[in-house]
Design a binder for this molecule. Structure first.
Ligand code: PLP
Length: 367
């Protein structure tokens, strides 16, 4: 009766949710019971192990905790779970997602300081080092890897190095980069890394996850400022049998399992990173020919999402967006105060040939 599965009317060139494969969407189409091994062991525990394996070679030292909700819920669970009552957090901000961590710290009454930069500047490792020297009471540092607000790629290696030298706990919002850019947690000394089902792993939205160093997660008992977002308790329960404390988003979890299969089939994170880089390079070169300049210099730019300046003062983004969408591509508005911009994502089930078609559409629509 319901054998007609509608296909996507357009490609989402947005930073999440993003376009997913037919395989991932098909995997949503059956129900699961949450008390048998066919779900808990074969799906949930399997996903947890595979996430750890994607994040580090030292798999025994890390674990993955899955959490209901969108990415921000897991950022909140990680901050609220990792920082003890007498801890102090340094938050590096250069965009909306760094600012969201500040909002979370405020809401949870976490003692914090903010190192704030303009949206087009990356935090400087030396400045962070000085800050840590001047504020000896800081215990935890939180930063965003790819700040999706602009597409800027913050220098994770250098920043992680400074944090490690100072011996503090490092929390990384790698929401929009994990799965799309290689990151090795153990080498970098990352203690908590947060990402979600609907970004570079290319699943559908509905849950997020924290990949944590066991030794540090072990210390988090009783820290949580929330019952539902208690990272430690969720870990304890999930570790026993693969059960989520409260209703598990079963269909989404099963689709995520399929997305992990597809990531492996593509050749893993290295291959996906290469594809996203190709998407990005094709996009920037083509847009430049059509008169669109990227906001960020090449060396600050991630392959995840690109911000473009309005080509003219009277550029009408709303009608441009509408015309491009009618031809099969959804763009994304800009989000920064310093300049008029819009964004185009390179992530998801999107290939260089799609970007080539997009460029034809942009040329046809004109400015
Ligand atoms: C998408 C994203 C988030 C989470 O946003 P949600 O809307 O809660 O899923 C957090 N940080 C970054 C860098 C992101 O790109």
């Amino acid at each position: 009766m319901y054998d007609f599965i509608p296909d996507n009317p357009y490609i989402l060139l947005t930073p999440g949710p993003l376009s997913t494969s037919k395989g991932v969407r098909n995997a949503l189409l059956r129900d699961w019971c949450t008390w048998d091994a066919d779900y808990n062991e074969e799906i949930v525990q399997n996903i947890r192990r595979r996430l750890v394996a994607l994040a580090t070679a030292k798999t025994q030292d890390y674990t993955a905790v899955l959490m209901q909700g969108s990415g921000s819920f897991s950022v909140e669970a990680a901050l609220g779970g990792a920082i003890p009552q007498d801890g102090k957090l340094l938050i590096l901000t250069n965009g909306a997602y760094g600012k969201r961590m500040v909002q979370i710290a405020k809401a949870l009454k976490i003692n914090y300081i903010e190192y704030s930069l303009p949206e087009t500047e990356a935090p400087n490792a030396e400045a962070v080092s000085t800050l840590l020297d001047q504020n000896q009471d800081i215990t935890h540092i939180a930063l965003v890897h790819c700040e999706t607000t602009t597409g800027i790629l913050n220098p994770l290696d250098e920043l992680a190095d400074v944090v490690k030298q100072h011996g503090q706990i490092l929390i990384v919002d790698a929401m929009s980069s994990f799965g799309g850019i290689p990151i090795e947690l153990d080498t970098l000394g990352i203690d908590f890394l947060i990402s979600s089902s609907n970004k570079c792993i290319q699943g559908v939205p509905g849950f997020a996850f924290v990949i944590a160093k066991r030794e540090e997660l072990q210390k988090c008992k009783g820290n949580a400022r929330s019952l539902c977002l208690d990272l430690y308790d969720q870990w304890q329960e999930m570790d026993k049998t693969g059960k989520w404390r409260y209703t598990s988003p079963t269909h989404i979890v099963r689709a995520f399992y399929q997305a992990l299969d597809e990531l492996e089939a593509e050749g893993g994170i290295a291959a996906r990173y290469k594809r996203y880089c190709e998407n990005h390079q094709t996009l920037v070169a083509g847009m430049s020919k059509l008169g669109f300049k990227a906001l960020l210099p090449h060396k600050l730019q991630s392959p995840i999402i690109t911000s473009f300046l309005y080509p003219t003062e009277d550029f009408d983004f709303v009608s441009f967006y509408r015309e491009v969408k009618a031809r099969g591509f959804v763009l994304y508005p800009g989000k920064i105060s310093q300049a008029d911009t819009f964004r185009i994502g390179n992530i998801g089930e999107v290939y260089p040939e799609d970007i080539v078609r997009l460029l034809e559409v942009v040329e046809e629509v004109g400015v």
